[in-house]
Structures are given as C-alpha cells and as structure tokens.
Design a protein around this ligand. Structure first.
Ligand code: NAD
Ligand code: UDP
Length: 329
C-alpha cells in the first residue's frame, strides 16, 4: 500500500485530498496544527484503518516513522483575512515548512507536490494568466506575506528538483470553493453565503467590478491527483476559467438563496487583484484535465452544505466585524 503525507489535512482542501487518497487505497498520514483548520473536517475518516493523524506545526522539524511515497504540502492559511491576522506563521509555513517537507521528501525518496497559488501572479498585468507570466506582486504590501511565501516555496521546490533531483510538482491553484470551507474564513464565497443565511446584506469590497474564476473542489482534486501521477515538474495552473465579477457573483448567491438581500459596498482592500482567470491550456495538454462542474451546480452543493451547519457555527463571530482587511494595515 502506498503511503502519502498530507499537510493541512484539517483544512478545506487537505480534508478533500485525504478523502480522495483513502478512496484510492492509499495509507494517509494527515498533519495539521489547526491554526485555520477544524477537527470536524477529519471526523469523516479519523477512524479509518488506513488513516493516521499527527497534530504538528510543519514549520518545526518533522519526524515520520516508516516509508513515504508521496507528500502533499497544503498547510498554509489561505484566506486573505487569515494570513493578515497571522502573517509571520504564514511566511514560516511557506518557507520553513516547505523546507522541512522537501528535506523529508529527500530523505524518504518521496515525490512531493506543493500547493502554490494564483497569488504568485499578484495583481496581474497579463490576462488570462499562464504559467510563463512572472507576476506583479508587491512584496511589502499586506498580501506580500502570502504571495512571497508562495513564491519562495516555488523557488526552493525547483532548487530541490534541480540540485537534489527530487521529484517535485507545483500546482498553482485558482480560487476554489466547496463544502468544508470555514464559514467565517473571510473568503468571498463563505462570506456571501454566511451573510445570506444570517439575513445580512452582502458586503462587496470596492465597486465589485474585480473578477475571479471559481473552481469546484472536486475538479481541483482531480487535477491535483493527475498532476501527482504525471512526470511534469514545472508549475501547472489548475482552476476554472469561467470568470465573473464579484458583483455578479453576489447576485448569483442572492438568487440561489431565494431571498431579497441587498449588497453594500466597502473599501477595496489594498493590492486586491482586479482580475483573475487561469489559462489552463497546459493542464489540458499534459494532464488531459479540465473542470467539469459548472458554477450553478457547485454553488448549489456548497450552499446546501452551509445550510446544514448549526446555528452556533453560523453565528461564530471570527471575521464578521471587519469592515475589510484594510484594518490590518
Ligand atoms: P485552509 O485554511 O482551509 O486549510 C489550511 C490548513 O493548513 C488548515 O487546516 C491549517 O490549520 C493548516 N496549517 C496552517 N499552518 C500550518 C502549520 N504551520 N502546520 C500545520 N498545519 C498548518 O485553506 P485551504 O483553502 O484548504 O488551502 C490549502 C492550501 O491550498 C494552502 O496552501 C493554500 O495556500 C492553497 N490554496 C488554496 C486556494 C483555495 O482557493 N482554496 C487557492 C490557492 C492556494
Ligand atoms: N470580497 C468581497 N466581499 C467579501 C469578501 C471578499 O467583495 O466579503 C472580494 C475581495 O475583495 C476579492 C474577491 O472578493 O476581490 C475574492 O476575495 P477572497 O478573499 O475570496 O480571495 P482572493 O481571491 O482575493 O484571494
């Protein structure tokens, strides 16, 4: 049985990866320190015979007994509000954490895949973004703690590949959504759905003309699974190119909820990318992958998940009081 270590296992994407690899008959070791994740996300499989969980901060030395065939490094705050609240941990998990995991992969002769992001393109001057674009990132802006940690992550991963011949993969993930996101993590989809379920106005940052392209989680996981099996070692975009303005997105959520909520406008956060859309030609070519789930279907699945949460979870106040993350300047 192949053995895989998945960091960030108690988070949104990590928990879906654990589930997928268990279904593919892997022995899965999940690792997390719960800084933005939830033990509820691993409840589904914590008693599975082929699953082991280790509570650990990956920015500190990592000890794993036994062999490892694969490592998937997904530990990192991912929501802008999360990484602005814990900037040093964000920088550390992308740099020191990645270094530890690359060292572990080298010692175990394992293949490692690291979770990079469309944020390496910053506020892009090229549209849509393809993998050869170097990006437009402000290193000292509020988002720099995440963007530069991820850019360092890519650099050190390629250095281990080139210098140590390590089998490495880099996935550049574009905005992904689905069940098990934290309702109050501040990202736009849980923010809008949470507001609609609490009968609040939906908060649009800026005038809502900025765009994002949202990918349903099952499509992303399939792309990652294929990339891991491939022999490609350079970054690959995985995302859904169906682009939408945030204002139209808010209206889609309002329509889905069948309510008559209003939208209200708040300041646009500093360095908030104005456009984002993946060019996925490379993934199509080398992985024979493209997303299958339309937004209307994915949003319905996600909305139903959030509807199933308890009132206590719905009313948790972690981020709802923030005007926008400009408060963290
Ligand atoms: P998430 O916040 O739901 O999950 C991240 C998990 O990592 C959490 O469970 C958290 O507790 C854990 N973690 C953070 N720091 C840690 C540390 N030092 N040691 C151990 N565990 C730690 O976020 P997510 O959306 O699941 O994102 C997962 C990964 O995918 C991140 O690396 C993120 O940068 C990347 N990514 C996600 C998206 C997206 O749209 N969801 C987009 C681009 C990139
Ligand atoms: N956004 C918004 N209202 C919110 C939360 C986010 O208008 O309550 C906007 C945000 O300014 C950004 C987009 O939605 O333009 C996506 O934000 P998110 O935090 O999901 O992730 P990002 O793509 O910026 O990393």
């Amino acid at each position: 049985m192949k053995r895989v270590l998945i960091t960030g296992a108690a988070g949104f994407l990590g928990s879906h990866l654990c589930e997928r690899f268990l279904n593919e008959n892997f022995f899965v070791i999940g690792m997390d320190n719960f800084i933005t994740g939830s033990s509820k996300n691993i409840d589904l499989f914590k008693n599975h015979n082929n699953f082991e969980f280790i509570e650990h901060d990956v920015s500190k030395y990592i000890q794993i007994n036994g062999d490892l065939d694969y490592i998937l490094h997904f530990a990192s705050p991912a929501s802008p509000i999360d990484y602005l609240k814990i900037p040093i941990q964000t920088l550390k998990v992308g740099s020191l954490g990645t270094h530890n995991l690359l060292g572990l992969a080298k010692s175990k002769k394992a293949t490692i895949l690291v979770a990079s992001t469309s944020e390496v393109y910053g506020d892009p001057l090229v549209h849509p973004q393809n993998e050869s674009y170097f990006g437009n990132v402000n290193p000292i802006g509020p988002r720099g703690v995440y963007d530069e940690a991820k850019r360092f992550q890519e650099a050190i991963t390629m250095a281990y590949h080139r210098f140590h011949n390590l089998d490495t993969k880099i996935v550049r993930i574009f905005n992904t959504y689905g069940p098990r996101m934290r309702l109050n993590d501040g990202r736009v989809l849980p923010a809008f759905i949470g507001q609609s379920l609490r009968n609040e106005d939906l908060t649009i940052f800026g005038d809502g003309s900025q765009t994002r392209s949202f990918c349903y989680v099952d499509d992303l996981i399939e792309g990652i699974y294929r990339l891991l099996q491939s022999d490609y070692n350079y970054p690959v975009n995985i995302g859904n190119p169906n682009e939408i303005t945030i204002k139209d997105f808010a209206n889609e959520i309002i329509k889905l909820s069948g309510s008559s909520h209003k939208v209200i406008f708040k300041d646009l956060p500093e360095n908030d990318p104005l456009k984002r859309k993946p060019d996925i030609d490379l993934a199509k070519k080398i992985l024979d992958w493209e997303p299958k789930i339309q937004r209307i279907e994915g949003l319905k699945l996600t909305y139903d998940y959030f509807c199933s949460l308890s009132d206590e979870e719905l009313n948790k106040k972690d981020h709802q009081n923030f005007e926008s993350y400009n408060n963290y300047k």
